[in-house]
Every structure is written in C-alpha cells, then in structure tokens.
Design a protein around this ligand. Structure first.
Ligand code: MG
Length: 158
C-alpha cells in the first residue's frame, strides 16, 4: 500500500467556466488557470503521483507547455491513472476536501463523487468528499479562490 497527498488552489475570476471534480458547476465565476483549472482533479492527480513517488503534475503537464492550454483535466487524470496502473496499483480509497465559500456545492456532491470514482475506475464508496467553507476568513473565505486537498491510499494489484 502507498499513501499520497495532493493540494491545489486556483483564483476565481469572471468569464470562466467552473469545473470541480470534472463536473461543470453553474456559477458567475470560474477558476483561472492554464488548463480548465479544476483544482479538485489537480489535487487528486498530485495525491496519486505523490503516492507513487512520481513527482507532481507540473512534471507531466508543464504549465508553460501550450499543449495544455485550456486542457480538460479529466484527460490529464486519465493519463495519471494509466501511470498508476502501469506501476501496478489501483485506488484503495481517496478522501477529497474542497474549500469554497461560494457556490454552495452540496447539490453537486453526488455528481462530483460519481465523476471522480469513474475517472479513477473505482467505486463511489471509495471516494470521500468533504465540502467546506473557510468561515469568511482570508482569500478563500472572501470567495477569491477555491482550494482542494486529496489524500489517497493505493493498493497493489494482484
Ligand atoms: Mg492546479
């Protein structure tokens, strides 16, 4: 078994679509980034790569590489899942924590869990999702950004 931790934050800005966990969420602002800026999937990817001691997503998908301009993070995660499988591991379970003052994400909990489970080729029961606010404190609490953390346990495939 191997354990890994991932973390990400992106700034919320107007005129961008908001993607969290591979789900498009209706909101007046979206996350700014080189790819679609899905901080949830980025934290998930870094947790898996960290568990494999394979660095982080910056190694595989450099932010200055135009190939990843507006990239769909779901496709990037599929590449990371392929690396995990090639190394002989599968998801044991993963716990994901999202900090967003707005929008309220509870209505999307099921969709986000289902999306992450599908991308990770695991059961929804293996995907924990904690939805937090920052209690109005700091940049997250002022709605200037959304952040995510993920911790993953990988099991060796027989
Ligand atoms: Mg990111």
């Amino acid at each position: 078994m191997r354990i890994g931790l991932g973390e990400d934050i992106h700034r919320l800005v107007p005129n961008r679509d908001l993607f969290l966990g591979g789900v498009k969420i209706p909101f007046e602002n979206g996350l700014l980034g080189h790819s679609d800026a899905d901080c949830v999937l980025h934290a998930v990817m870094d947790a898996i790569l960290g568990a494999l001691a394979k660095g982080d997503i910056g190694v595989y998908f450099p932010p200055n590489d135009p190939a990843y301009d507006g990239a769909d993070s779901k496709l990037l995660l599929k590449e990371v899942v392929a690396i995990m499988k090639k190394e002989g591991y599968r998801i044991g379970n993963i716990d994901v924590l999202v900090t967003a003052e707005a929008p309220k994400l509870n209505p999307y909990r099921d969709a986000i869990q289902t999306s992450i489970a599908g991308l990770l080729e695991t059961k929804k029961e293996n995907v924990g999702l904690q939805l937090m606010t920052n209690e109005g404190l700091d940049a997250l609490g002022h709605g200037e950004a959304i952040a995510a953390k993920a911790i993953v346990l990988l099991e060796e495939c027989e």
